[in-house]
Design a protein around this ligand. Structure first.
Ligand code: HEC
Ligand code: HEC
Ligand code: HEC
Ligand code: HEC
Ligand code: HEC
Ligand code: HEC
Ligand code: HEC
Ligand code: HEC
Ligand code: HEC
Ligand code: HEC
Length: 458
């Protein structure tokens, strides 16, 4: 008869208590499971006694807050003796302000939503695109009547072309300048040598000394009735104030005649004089001319009798030149009128829009109005791009023939460098935009003491 192997019989052969019996490996495991947490606990207690709370931390603090690495309570306010896992906005505001952005229907996110801590020694100000997109991916939701683009997710996704390049934007400047002819070899003065101008001969950051290659010392020294200061340009009213003071290297100063044009464009007015008229309002130019001619005729009275009559044409036939005797005042008036004819019709008009208002003999020069900030809703900094040639962004400056042309780069130019990934410059919103309205900044009197530093201990 064959042996029957039922599962029941097999089961009876197994020792049901084998796992209760100790083995060397099991003993070791048991000890380890007690020892390791115990060691960890001892270490934590040890650290705790030395008031170092970094062990609970989920990562080291940002560069700016590195000194607070052991001061958890600075941000994690104690609640019932224990630290809160959330950092309180009030704790942040106890050390420095974070003034509101633009009021909107959506409540401002907590400070920590943008300033994520414990990510290592990174820049805290670099908020994620997502933090801004909370509102800007659907701005109409928080501000139905907004005049700004409403669906911005990131620089590549939804960011509009810069308004300065749009149809409605214009160049308010009234100074004529044909960039194209000035960027080709050009004469220095009426009979001068050919030279090649560089952008920097005319343009410079506001905080930097002007290049004087094409300047004129006497025009620079002259005090002008309309001297606008361009040192350290104030930013336009529409822009959020930057948290840090401006360095004066961000934006370009308005171009000055005395610094950049005077060596080539002479304001000469009469062949009797080498000098030019002052570069100023027409009434001052007029007064200057009267004075110059009065002084001249006083020194050269003979010229009164040698004045040719104004050329006349009778029936197409030129009549022979005749000479008249003039009074001093007649002579001065005529010479001044001649000089002004040249200046108002040609010399000044080359660069300026002149308007003649009724009842006034003298024209008016339109205000120069050279814009110094074109993109007030972003913060551009030429200094951060000083390694790149001007024409890499302002290519149009080489071909532009009208002063009204907009020579600024569009968003596509920025995207060649600002993008995602390690081989690109940062493309997060915070790289180019200010978030807080720092003009409303509240001064905070610091109350926080750093016990660890104060006692000099670890
Ligand atoms: C400069 C302020 C600041 C200091 C100092 C600070 N933290 Fe934080 N901590 C934060 C912020 C901000 C968060 C983000 C969480 C939140 O509030 O939403 C956070 C989150 C945490 C979390 C939750 C886990 C996480 O990553 O969200 C822990 C745990 C923590 N901190 C521990 C500590 C410990 C321990 C210390 C002291 C060594 C410390 N923190 C010091 C600001 C701070
Ligand atoms: C104990 C005081 C203190 C507390 C609390 C504190 N900070 Fe700061 N914070 C500083 C100091 C000091 C600096 C460095 C000076 C500066 O750049 O303004 C700084 C800098 C910053 C910066 C600028 C970082 C940079 O790279 O320029 C941000 C953003 C910031 N703190 C946000 C916060 C937030 C958010 C909190 C709350 C979670 C907070 N801070 C809590 C003291 C504090
Ligand atoms: C929606 C995102 C966002 C929120 C919310 C936010 N910040 Fe900021 N914060 C930024 C950005 C972006 C910058 C850098 C540009 C700027 O200064 O506006 C910044 C800069 C700062 C700076 C640094 C200024 C400097 O000196 O460079 C401080 C300090 C600061 N924030 C504090 C706060 C505090 C405090 C809160 C909470 C009340 C807060 N922030 C909330 C995005 C945010
Ligand atoms: C709580 C919602 C909210 C968040 C978060 C937010 N914004 Fe705004 N933002 C607004 C509102 C509202 C306006 C004003 C719209 C208007 O006036 O029509 C605005 C306007 C702007 C403007 C145009 C006006 C100006 O200030 O020059 C810029 C640029 C801007 N935000 C950038 C940012 C950046 C960068 C972030 C992230 C660091 C951010 N915003 C986060 C609500 C928000
Ligand atoms: C001979 C002097 C001169 C030179 C050289 C010159 N510029 Fe200009 N530029 C001006 C004047 C004057 C204005 C203001 C009138 C106007 O709006 O065109 C101006 C305006 C500008 C503007 C802003 C106005 C706009 O319409 O966009 C930019 C940008 C600019 N120049 C870039 C350049 C670059 C880049 C170069 C070199 C390739 C250059 N310029 C060379 C005199 C000069
Ligand atoms: C290196 C000498 C030089 C400098 C510097 C210079 N110019 Fe000129 N500019 C000339 C010459 C030469 C001409 C005449 C070119 C021609 O007609 O072919 C000229 C022509 C002009 C014209 C007439 C252009 C046209 O389309 O006919 C204007 C306007 C002008 N310059 C403005 C300026 C202004 C504004 C500055 C200073 C910001 C300036 N220039 C600086 C040499 C210069
Ligand atoms: C080669 C070009 C050029 C010529 C020629 C020229 N100007 Fe100008 N003018 C400028 C520039 C550039 C500015 C703006 C910056 C400055 O103050 O130099 C200016 C500014 C002015 C201003 C101040 C405008 C304001 O914003 O209020 C007056 C006034 C003026 N010029 C008068 C004259 C008169 C009068 C003449 C003729 C005698 C003349 N200019 C000839 C280039 C020129
Ligand atoms: C590489 C720089 C750069 C980055 C990154 C960037 N912007 Fe801009 N943004 C600009 C410039 C420049 C303007 C034009 C400002 C002006 O016209 O005054 C602008 C304009 C805007 C405007 C006004 C738009 C309008 O309708 O005129 C808003 C809103 C804005 N940006 C939000 C954002 C947000 C949100 C992010 C992140 C998702 C972001 N930007 C990322 C440079 C940048
Ligand atoms: C990375 C691109 C970039 C480079 C490189 C660059 N610019 Fe600009 N430039 C800009 C932008 C963007 C603006 C508009 C900034 C604003 O007004 O808000 C501007 C504005 C200007 C303006 C108008 C006045 C002002 O500052 O707003 C002048 C003039 C100018 N640039 C000249 C130059 C010259 C000269 C160089 C070379 C030394 C140069 N730029 C290099 C991007 C650039
Ligand atoms: C040729 C490459 C290049 C181009 C084109 C370029 N950038 Fe940048 N940009 C950089 C580099 C590199 C930095 C510095 C590194 C960084 O911050 O990531 C920088 C930094 C910046 C900063 C931060 C400046 C600061 O405060 O430190 C702003 C804002 C900025 N760029 C705006 C722009 C805008 C707007 C444009 C387009 C008009 C532009 N950039 C085009 C390379 C470029």
């Amino acid at each position: 008869m064959a042996r029957t192997r039922t599962t029941k019989k097999l089961a009876q052969r197994i020792d049901l208590h084998y796992f209760k019996r100790p083995t060397p490996l099991k003993c070791a495991k048991l000890w380890l499971s007690f020892l390791v947490p115990l060691l960890a606990l001892l270490w934590i207690v040890g650290r705790g006694v030395s008031s170092d709370h970094r062990v609970y931390s989920s990562g080291s603090l940002s560069r700016a807050h590195a000194v607070l690495d052991k001061e958890c309570a600075a941000c994690h306010v104690r609640q019932a003796g224990a630290f809160a896992a959330k950092a309180a906005d009030n704790a942040c505001l106890g050390c420095h302000d974070g003034p509101a952005h633009h009021a909107s229907k959506i409540a401002s996110p907590a400070c920590a939503a943008c300033h994520s801590e414990h990510r290592g020694r990174v820049s805290l100000a670099a908020a994620s695109d997502q933090a801004c997109a909370t509102c800007h991916a659907d701005l109409r939701n928080s501000r139905p009547d907004t005049r700004y683009a409403s669906r911005i997710h990131s620089l590549p996704d939804g960011h509009p072309e810069f308004a300065a390049l749009g149809r409605k934007a214009g160049d308010s400047a009234t100074i004529e300048l044909n960039h194209s002819i000035h960027m080709k070899p050009i004469r220095r003065g009426p009979n001068g040598v050919l030279v090649n101008l560089e952008c920097g001969n005319c343009h410079r950051p506001a905080g930097v000394e002007a290049d004087l290659t094409y300047s004129d010392a006497s025009y620079r020294a002259a005090t002008v009735s309309s001297n606008a200061s361009d040192e350290m340009l104030a930013l336009s009213a529409g822009s959020l104030r930057r948290p840090k003071p401006i360095t004066g290297r961000e934006l370009m100063a308005p171009v000055k005649f005395a610094n950049a044009c005077a060596a080539c464009h002479l304001l000469t007015f009469d062949k009797r004089f080498d000098e030019g008229v002052p570069h100023d309002k027409p009434d001052l130019v007029h007064a200057f001319l009267l004075k110059k001619f009065e002084q001249y005729i006083a020194a050269h009275p003979n010229e009164l009798r040698a004045t040719p009559e104004p050329a006349q044409e009778l029936g197409g036939k030129p009549i022979p030149t005749r000479f008249r005797a003039l009074t001093v005042s007649q002579w001065v008036t005529e010479r001044t009128a001649e000089a002004e004819e040249l200046l108002w019709r040609k010399t000044c008009r080359q660069c300026h829009a002149l308007t003649i208002s009724r009842g006034s003999a003298l024209p008016q020069v339109a205000a120069a109005n050279v814009k110094t900030q074109w993109m007030p809703h972003a913060r551009f900094d030429h200094d951060a791009h000083r390694g790149f040639s001007c024409v890499s962004c302002h290519a149009k400056a080489l071909t532009s023939t009208e002063a009204s042309d907009i020579l600024l780069p569009g968003i596509a130019v920025c995207k060649t460098c600002h993008g995602r990934g390690p081989d690109h410059a940062d493309s997060r919103c915070s790289e180019c935009h200010t978030y807080h309205d720092w003009s409303k900044r509240r001064e905070v009197t610091p109350k926080f003491m750093l016990p660890a530093l104060a006692t000099g201990g670890q």
